[in-house]
Design a protein around this ligand. Structure first.
Ligand code: GLP
Length: 240
């Protein structure tokens, strides 16, 4: 793991954008995109570089990490909508190049298996952006998720539903269930970019980076990966 501590959240966003830009400029590639507030600055950087620096995503594909079960893709808080509004609609991805899990699938397990097959058919993910939950989750792999897990349906913890309540009218409106790439799936991406900013993430970052590899902190599974960049601001690094 390379741990890069940067002075401000803006520096973290720029450094993450540099890594993605380098990958995209190298040629056709597959990006793994995360939702949540953490990568928003990175997406804004990339949009700016598309507008002013000629950075093109026309030959890139993208796969989302996770999705709420029970929200149609048109719901403003579905991760389909969020990633479109925050990033992909503002750059030049091809129409069918951004892939997400279908939270309305009648058979979530079959949807999960098909999603894995689509990632494999695209050649796997070249660079995966990851945020981290305050409880150490990545994607929606909550504590005690199997370190080798594949894409599947999961139940959210109360903590995560409270953390994400700010995007909904109340915590009760946050769906109970989600579809998420598993920790085993995520670890197959060739380069992992874990981003965290702010004091609220400091404990989770310390457990992920310096703690034992253990299911109680799902992000600690990333220690098993040969190419991980952890980009943190000073606040998120404060317990290291
Ligand atoms: C959410 C998402 C994760 C995200 C994390 C942190 O529940 N499923 O992909 O990394 O929680 O969110 P935020 O970046 O808003 O703190």
């Amino acid at each position: 793991m390379e741990i890069i501590v940067l002075p401000t959240p803006a520096d973290v966003a720029r450094t993450a954008a540099d890594a993605i830009e380098e990958q995209v400029r190298r040629g056709p590639c597959v990006l793994g995109l995360a939702t949540g507030s953490t990568p928003l600055g990175t997406y804004q950087e990339l949009i700016e570089r598309h507008r002013t620096g000629g950075l093109s995503f026309a030959h890139a594909q993208a796969f989302l990490l996770d999705e709420y079960v029970g929200l149609p893709s048109t719901h403003p808080q579905s991760y389909h909508s969020v990633i479109r509004d925050e990033f992909t609609a503002s750059v030049d991805f091809a129409a069918d190049a951004v892939h997400g899990l279908d939270g309305m699938a009648a058979d979530p397990q079959a949807e999960a298996e098909q999603y894995e097959a689509r990632i494999a058919a695209a050649g796997g993910v070249d660079i995966q952006i990851l945020g981290i939950g305050t409880d150490g989750h990545v994607g929606f792999n909550e504590p005690m998720s199997s370190l080798g897990s594949r894409t599947r349906i999961k139940t959210l913890t109360r903590q995560t539903r409270q953390d994400n309540a700010r995007f909904f009218d109340s915590a009760d409106d946050v769906p109970d269930h989600v579809l998420t790439q598993g920790l085993g799936t995520i670890r197959e991406a060739r380069h992992l970019l874990l981003i965290a900013m702010g004091e609220a993430k400091a404990e989770a970052i310390a457990a992920a980076v310096e703690g034992p590899v253990a299911a109680i902190c799902p992000a600690s599974a990333l220690q098993l990966h040969p190419h991980v960049s952890v980009l943190v601001d000073e606040a998120a690094a404060s317990r290291l």
